[in-house]
Design a protein. Sequence first.
Lengths: 466, 466
Amino acid sequence: MTADLAEPRSDEAVSCILRRRMAEKIDTLIEARWVIAVDPDDTVLDHHSIAIRDGKIIALLPTGEGAKKYQATETIELPEHALIPGLVNAHTHAPMSLFRGLADDMPLMQWLNEHIWPAESKWVNEEFVRDGTRLAVAEMLKSGTTCFSDMYFFADVTARTCIEIGMRAVVGLIVVDFPTVWAQSWEEYIHKGTKLHDDLRHIDLVTTAFAPHAPYSVSDAPFEKIRVVNNELNIPVHMHVHETAHEVEEAVAKTGMRPLQRLARLDLLNLNLVAVHMTALLPEEIESLAKVNASVVHCPESNMKLASGFCPVKALLNAGVNVAIGTDGAASNNDLDMLDELRAAALLAKVVAHDATAVPAHTALRMATLNGARALHLDEHVGSLEPGKLADIVAIDLSVISSQPVYDPLSQIVYTATREQVSDVWIAGKRLLDHRQLVTLDEESILQKACEWRDRIAAYDEKSKS
Amino acid sequence: MTADLAEPRSDEAVSCILRRRMAEKIDTLIEARWVIAVDPDDTVLDHHSIAIRDGKIIALLPTGEGAKKYQATETIELPEHALIPGLVNAHTHAPMSLFRGLADDMPLMQWLNEHIWPAESKWVNEEFVRDGTRLAVAEMLKSGTTCFSDMYFFADVTARTCIEIGMRAVVGLIVVDFPTVWAQSWEEYIHKGTKLHDDLRHIDLVTTAFAPHAPYSVSDAPFEKIRVVNNELNIPVHMHVHETAHEVEEAVAKTGMRPLQRLARLDLLNLNLVAVHMTALLPEEIESLAKVNASVVHCPESNMKLASGFCPVKALLNAGVNVAIGTDGAASNNDLDMLDELRAAALLAKVVAHDATAVPAHTALRMATLNGARALHLDEHVGSLEPGKLADIVAIDLSVISSQPVYDPLSQIVYTATREQVSDVWIAGKRLLDHRQLVTLDEESILQKACEWRDRIAAYDEKSKS
């Protein structure tokens, strides 16, 4: 080896050294078979690389050029993988993953009254929320989700847990008319919520949304207070709206108004509104959502499982409404798998609209990434693979039997890929899933905690039924 | 060690030796965390074992007892797995897996006229069918399917390929009015079909069904011939029927009859009928199917993706119709994953019926196993884990994050499991998937062939579009 050093350097070697000296230093260079940036367009880039520095994407470029232009601390080769923006789960109740499969195949009210609500009032505390969030985030990272919008008690614990893990989240500041373990009055809900918002104001990774539960469970007074406070905060208002036709009918009987009509009267139908579920919509309601740039979160599997109804996704998109995708909680799905969910969205929209061209693959991917980011007011920072945005990136391995042959990688991601094909995940440039291994979470201890909660909860659920 | 042999034997050691001498010899003992037999009932058996001899299940028993009673050549411990009957894919076009994702998100007729039919007329030959079947069977085994009912050209090649692999199949004897690469006239289709049936008469693994394509593509004369020949053969008649409302309307306009009505007039509405898709059904049609014990194959993902319509699954089941599940071909799904498909069936049925209790988890699993076997006339031999039946068994690993906690293993299989949780598969007692490794197929060579076909087909598809 010493002899080599003494030898005169060839022109090529000199040029190589010069190139290295001139090369820009970056943290990570990911060389992939395909890159699907989503924005500015859905083009599938062949043999492209993503350059990352200080947590941000600084360039997308052909792989040959990337190796010349940059000197990366770490270069990662993914020769059979597609890179997509991290998936954004725009509606979930993360800690409820501890109730996954506790009660299936029953009518909504029996499910709530006999199982979910008793279980919640018995079990939900800070420890439950921490363990449930860790289980949920582990599942989400392993299925390509890099950001989720949550609605649950102890949002402070969810926020803290996500910061520890390095997971991006929008925690919902719950408001509901009745007292719970989290607060006793609507004033207290709003007070605790705004305090949490304030505590998180210097944190990039975790932001907030107001999360009034639903029009049927929140009175005018708290809604009015939210509107006033939100004139200053200007954060999303994340809410279940028109989940079922029954909810709409009941509202009309009680208030003389459809729920969306009441929200409009309360001046909450605006671009901060993130309306979840949205079955049972009139054409003029779709127009009114489009007019104010409100967002809709479609949860196809929950809507199917609870027999809630069909969200008119094609009509919403055609009207120009921003439609995102959410899994809902694991108790009504039963997973937090956004790849599964975006496929369900693409498939269901077609048969509901009687149109096989409705929600094509690229639209489904956009709904599950950029549209989610937009609903959460995060689209300046995430939702697509563009220079200047944070490096929230997911690698999907398309070399498996069930995704072959690959005529169109985007189509294969939407119509064939399962969560196990997610090999690597980065959030703000930090690799949180590395060859399917969680980096900042201990999977064994999460599984252990899940077993412990199951034993306690199952014993109580059995007892309460008998 | 020699010293030990010389020592006087303890009572316990003697009793152990006696037990071993008295123990019944078997080939395989699978000790699982859970066993879900499906028949005689859906009970989840805790810590049970399955004893296998000569390809058949000889007993299901608590794991402690199994180890005492049997002396097995091979004992397999699956401490976090559920055993279920092998999944039965009741409708597919296996070789079309080579067209997976070739043309998505387009209307049915554009998809057929501009892509699928030109591709088929250009590419389908014996080599295509062999390579496509191998790719499809690899995918099916890796997702827990142990039997499939196929409808495609060169059924002889499909049969031979399945025999080589050890895969159970029911190959469709295609009949259609127009000439194809397989036959020139309906007489030739039926002649080749009955000859293949005859060639396979001593083969247990591969059986046959008539496969007239659909009422709109088969005239009365071939249908009448099928009926006459089938008086003797008595095999299933596997056919696309009422795939869309449009098909029904067109039939009424042309023939004055709804397709099912025409089949009844042709005396083909009987217990051999395996009617695939079946959207657009009148209540009296559902009654007529139930009355004669005909079977329906529900293909939820294909029906959604092609915007075909909703099969009234709950109404069919309530009427007593045997409803099985199929994936359809990979060109309209785009996978052959029965776990994914049975979840889609369970979810979709609920929202279509406005009833969250429709198609509960145990019904979905039964549809995907025993009901499929019944439709294919195989329920005496497979479809449930019962002593006397063939050992077609699938192990599903429920220890993964996304299936935790496990309150109800059956529910977690239906609502959370993905194909990658299928760890092991046995067909007639032979292990064809061993810790996710295919035993009788070379995955590398299948992938290589898929790439070669893609390159050829994609180049032609591009050229034919320009």
